[in-house]
Design a protein around this ligand. Structure first.
Ligand code: CMP
Length: 139
């Protein structure tokens, strides 16, 4: 079914001017960018967004990195968008990512891995609602 997922182009990618190259890969995979905004998160906003990871050893590193520079928050729409997006992103660790995926081509490390994508439809709905109002979703 037609589905929406949430995506973030991370600070390591915006810093290297890769927003367009990453968007080209998303679009080539059949994902439609129906909302998009460039913002700079505060540390507190990054901590709220990644709250599910608050007990992980990398939480401090993750939230400091995600608030270290501009991000591009996006809503992507497609048939099976969550899965499609996870396929084009590739594995979290770029060393494990398949050839042609965004993380294989662009990611620097497991932390500076260029892109975030929702892990399921319920998470996607929560993540979209944290960043966008209904009026900003233009399908
Ligand atoms: P993301 O999809 O944004 O969701 C959580 C993030 O935590 C993940 O991508 C990784 O970038 C990051 N992450 C996971 N494991 C580690 C780690 N061992 N060290 C630093 N960051 C990590």
């Amino acid at each position: 079914a037609l589905q929406r997922t949430f995506s973030i182009i991370k600070p390591d990618a915006t810093r290297r001017n890769l927003t367009g190259a990453i968007n080209a890969k998303l679009e080539a995979a059949g994902l439609r960018i129906i909302a998009q905004k460039r913002i700079h998160l505060t540390l507190a906003q990054a901590q709220t967004f990644y709250g599910v990871h608050k007990d992980r050893p990398f939480f401090g590193e993750l939230t400091e990195f995600m608030s270290s520079g501009p991000i591009v928050a996006q809503v992507l729409e497609a048939e099976d968008a969550v899965l499609k997006n996870r396929e084009v992103m590739g594995a979290t660790n770029p060393a494990d990512a398949a050839p042609g995926t965004i993380r294989k081509e662009f990611a620097l490390s497991i932390g500076e891995n260029s892109i975030h994508g929702s892990d399921g439809p319920e998470t996607a709905a929560q993540e979209i609602a944290y960043f966008f109002s209904g009026l900003e979703l233009v399908g």
